[in-house]
Write a protein that binds this ligand. Structure first.
Ligand SMILES: Nc1nc2c(ncn2[C@@H]2O[C@H](COP(=O)(O)OP(=O)(O)OP(=O)(O)O)[C@@H](O)[C@H]2O)c(=O)[nH]1
Ligand SMILES: [Mg+2]
Ligand SMILES: [Zn+2]
Length: 440
């Protein structure tokens, strides 16, 4: 795809494209406004964080790539507002923004890494391929996936670090019209219908996800107001409800998980995050502020409450292990929506029994709320002694069995494109010995 201006010879091609949305600052712009990043090392821009000059291209190579003022062919593009590098997939491919929300240590980073890994395995069953739209931006999530699923030594416990609140590779500090803002790095996945699915005209999709530090979602977080602005773009919000952070839910969890007795990271429980409905309320408040909506307006986004770490709560551990809503029949897969609805009802009633105020808040926040139990690990982490004498909650990769983590994303895709992600019309019996129909 080129970024040639309107008066170029490719005018009709540019006009056919939709407006683009920057995944860093969510500015919407026409494709011809896209900037190019100069390749010549002598072209620097002191006002840009990443250094190289950004410019509106007027000359193009044979291949349609911009040429910088020193004659070098440029391969990188940038947003005209925040100047951060964007992927070519950000031009013309409809994005599906999804936000993952939850208290510190509610399991967001483990959830995200296991869900993206499982989507890479599951979406091909529906005829879709998953690739990294921006390998540079996705490096963090790729390395988390590798650590959990493809380690050199699967017997050696590993852990994912707590997400930084600022700094590190996850953030870019930019100057937006004189105001310094902290922008969170997006993880972007290109979903492409495979040859078999292309016949029905399904367009490619760009799934855009973010991994915030939980502190960003706490009421009063100054850093969080900038870093969670993606919430207002999202069509689907996944709220991770952590049963280990509420004493009433903790009481009905498996007690042999170190988080249940020592707190989610072994340093005790933090009272400020016990009431998870306050985090949900703060999230809704921020979205309404950005959208200039009335406090009584329900959010337009779908809200999926994920009962995280569901391995801690029977019957979910066993049921999720035995039943998958992804049903394969020959070359095709479909989603057992009846099973998902049944689990949603069960999950709602379990949370409601211990935390009725949370359910009331969720249902006052969005028009449509689904409750999905999921477990990133499928088992508990273990107290592990590191070589330097410190203790951490580690997990042996050989024990990891994610349960239902990809289901919320499959549901979001199903509501956008029911032809590619068909729902099963009726509950279907599990796997026949003849292999005609099977659950993944
Ligand atoms: N039992 C169980 N524990 C889990 C699961 N997923 C994550 N955990 C534990 O939850 C703790 C926190 O997980 P993280 O993914 O780092 O939490 P986070 O929400 O990203 O935390 P912040 O980055 O601080 O916002 C870790 O100690 C994990 O071992 C799960 O599926 N089951
Ligand atoms: Mg995290
Ligand atoms: Zn931008």
């Amino acid at each position: 795809m080129t970024v040639q201006p309107r008066n170029s010879r490719n005018e009709s091609r540019v006009d056919a494209l939709e407006r683009a949305t920057c995944p860093h600052c969510w500015h919407r712009f026409e494709p011809h406004e896209t900037l190019a990043v100069a390749r010549h090392t002598g072209l620097r821009s002191p006002s840009v964080v990443e250094g190289a000059l950004r410019f509106r291209p007027s000359r193009f190579s044979e291949a349609g790539n911009p040429i910088d003022p020193m004659g070098e062919e440029c391969l990188e593009l940038a947003c005209p507002r925040c100047f951060l590098v964007i992927s070519r997939s950000n031009l013309g491919i409809p994005p599906l923004f999804a936000s993952i929300v939850g208290a510190p240590a509610s399991g967001k980073s483990y959830y995200l890494a296991t869900a993206t890994w499982m989507l890479r395995q599951t979406l091909p069953l529906f005829g879709w391929a998953v690739t990294d739209a921006s390998p540079h931006d996705n490096a963090i999530i790729q390395s988390n996936e590798q650590r959990l699923f493809l380690p050199a030594d699967p017997h050696r416990p590993v852990m994912l670090a707590k997400t930084d609140q600022s700094g590190g590779d996850l953030y870019s500090r930019v100057d937006l019209r004189g105001r310094s803002e902290l922008l969170l790095r997006p993880f972007q996945f290109l979903l492409t219908p495979a040859a078999a699915a292309q016949g029905n005209g399904s367009p490619k999709r760009l799934l855009v996800l973010y991994d915030n530090a939980g502190e960003h979602f706490l009421p009063g977080s100054a850093l969080g107001t900038d870093a969670t602005r993606h919430l207002a773009q999202s069509r689907v919000i996944l709220f991770l409800f952590d049963p280990t952070q509420d004493p009433r839910m903790r009481a009905v969890c498996r007690q042999d998980d170190p988080q249940v007795t020592k707190g989610p990271r072994g340093g005790g429980f933090v009272e400020a995050v016990t009431r998870q409905e306050l985090i949900l309320g703060e999230m809704a408040h921020r979205i309404r502020l950005i959208k200039n909506a009335k406090p009584s307006d329900p959010l337009k986004a779908s809200l999926i409450v994920i009962l995280a770490k569901a391995d801690l709560h029977e019957p979910f551990g066993a049921v999720l292990r035995d039943q998958s809503p992804v049903v394969r029949s020959g070359q095709h897969a479909s989603l057992d929506l009846d099973l998902i609805r049944e689990m949603s009802k069960l999950c709602r009633s379990v949370i409601h029994k211990s935390c009725p105020e949370f359910v009331a808040c969720a249902e006052a926040t969005a028009r449509k709320v689904l409750y999905i139990p999921a477990s990133a690990l499928g088992c508990s982490p273990e107290e592990t002694h590191a070589a330097d004498g410190s203790v951490f909650f580690g997990i042996k990769p050989e024990r990891i069995r994610p349960l239902w983590v990809e289901v919320p994303f499959l549901l979001a895709l199903q509501s956008l494109d029911p032809t590619s992600f068909p729902g099963l019309a009726r509950p279907t019996p599990v796997a026949g010995a003849n292999g005609q129909e099977s659950r993944r």
